[in-house]
Write a protein that binds this ligand. Structure first.
Ligand code: GLC
Length: 461
């Protein structure tokens, strides 16, 4: 008995720190969130960077930070922010046509200017700009009407708030800015430290967003300036999940998010866990008329299928002008992407990450039952398309979106010794898609792969 007690005590002391470490937030957070179900099958979201910077067409918040424009001139853009042609229903229709299942709008960027009617500061579109309307309310209603999920981007750092002092980078551009103290009512909070006031403020704004619009997704940014403890990230996560237990949070919450957000460089190896790759359509997040370096529709579709192949989503960014219109080159690209997705729908939404590298020179995905392999042919083939190391019998191969069976043969291999040959597929010209051709390889049973480095054939004919 005594022995058992001693063992229990020893185990308790050995295991406690380990268990604590297990409970420490991972990246992303491991707790099950129902909202992740729709997210995993969504595959495409549209990111919208819209704010004061869309008036002069300068870089979002950073132009002020890097002193390319003074704080006053940056904020004066509010007078030109009209949103006069803002038609969120048309946005929602366009995003749906693009094949997106959700969108993420910059409700507040690092500059602190809110696109909704926040009661916690005057730094918002209703108080300061001729737009005068709650743009977030109109956006979330319109998206829901089209059956799209509502995402809101929220910058944790706020470079206008008098109580906010960036830590990691010096506040170069705005160090001497005349803080718009009048814009941030702080009566009754004099006894609190500036940081406590700021935490109350930013968490208060998030409560407003939850109460007013009940977003499906919150997309944080700017967490790098403070630690999880300083942001009170754990408490914030609990507060948000309390307000809506299905709301999903991106990873930029110092480890308290639900999924990862690689940015601008498409991942080369498959990230662990759920993820979404965000990318600009040209080189800028917001509207910048001098930036005409648009990615081609082919490049966008190619990147999209690279994400699919690794089981991730693409969050493709657009930058509307101050009046709310989305520039034509961006619209065209969204429509091309949507046209491609529509034709290849079965190889998009319900797919999961595909074969490990080495079987096919391009991205692949699998159907949920693992009995169809989708091959994304990025370049028009010479002679044939090859698939290596497949043990399963092939039932049929076809080009997705067409209705023809394709010819194929198996070359080499020694199946009696468990060595599969190479599948060589002939794709006639008329089956090639102008962007990315997708081949569906239907097999018997769940996919079984040969992953060995090769071996001698023991028994030949
Ligand atoms: C970066 C930038 C920000 C942009 C964001 C989008 O973190 O700071 O301006 O909104 O990326 O992912």
């Amino acid at each position: 008995m005594k022995n058992k007690l001693t063992i229990a005590l020893v185990l308790f002391f050995i295991l406690t720190p380990f268990l604590r470490a297990q409970n420490a937030p991972d990246r992303p957070f491991k707790e099950w969130t129902k909202g992740m179900e729709w997210f995993k099958n969504a595959k495409l979201g549209i990111f919208i960077h819209w704010g004061l910077y869309s008036v002069k067409g300068i870089s979002e918040s950073w132009s002020m930070y890097h002193k390319r424009i003074s704080f006053e001139d940056y904020m004066a853009q509010a007078e030109g922010f009209t949103a006069k042609n803002y038609d969120p229903k048309a946005w929602a229709k366009l995003f749906k046509e693009a094949g997106a299942k959700y969108a993420v709008l910059t409700a507040k960027h690092h500059d602190g200017f809110a696109l909704w009617r926040t009661k916690l500061s005057n730094m918002n579109v209703v108080e300061k700009s001729p737009a005068k309307r709650d743009l977030v309310a109109l956006y979330s209603d319109a998206l829901r009407e089209e059956g799209l999920k509502v995402g809101l981007y929220f910058s944790l750092c706020d470079w206008s708030h008098p109580d906010y002092k960036p830590v990691v980078f010096p506040r170069k551009g705005i160090v001497n800015a005349p803080y718009p103290t009048d814009d941030y009512p702080r009566e009754g909070q004099e006894r609190l430290s500036p940081w406590e006031r700021f935490v109350m403020f930013y968490q208060g704004q998030l409560k407003e967003l939850m109460q007013n619009y009940n977003p499906d997704l919150l997309w944080f940014d700017g967490d790098w300036e403070h630690s999880a403890e300083e942001w009170r990230a754990k408490e914030l996560r609990a507060m948000l999940k309390n307000a809506n237990r299905d709301v999903i949070l991106n990873s930029r919450l110092r480890g308290y998010g639900d999924y990862k957000t690689p940015e601008q460089g498409v991942p080369v190896t498959k990230p662990d866990g759920p993820w979404e790759f965000c990318m600009t359509i040209n080189d800028s997040w917001g509207w910048q008329p001098n930036d005409t370096n648009f990615k081609s529709s082919y490049q966008i579709i190619r990147t999209f299928v690279e994400c699919l192949g690794m089981g991730g989503n693409l969050l493709l960014d657009v930058g509307p002008r101050e009046d709310g219109t989305i520039p034509e080159p961006e619209v065209r690209r969204l429509k091309d992407l949507g046209g491609w997705i529509k034709k290849h729908e079965e190889a998009v939404y319900s797919t999961v990450a595909g074969l490990p590298w080495g079987h096919f020179y391009g991205p692949t995905t699998l159907s949920p039952d693992s009995q169809t392999i989708y091959l994304y042919v990025l370049n028009n083939p010479k002679e044939f398309v090859a698939l290596k190391g497949l043990h399963n019998k092939i039932k049929k191969i076809r080009a997705v979106g067409g209705n023809k069976e394709l010819k194929w043969k198996i070359s080499g291999g020694a199946p009696w010794n468990n060595i599969p040959g190479v599948v060589l597929i002939t794709v006639p010209k008329e089956e090639l898609d102008p962007f990315v051709t997708v081949l569906a390889v239907e097999i018997e049973g769940k996919v079984k792969l040969y992953r060995a480095p090769g071996q001698a054939v023991k028994l030949n004919d």
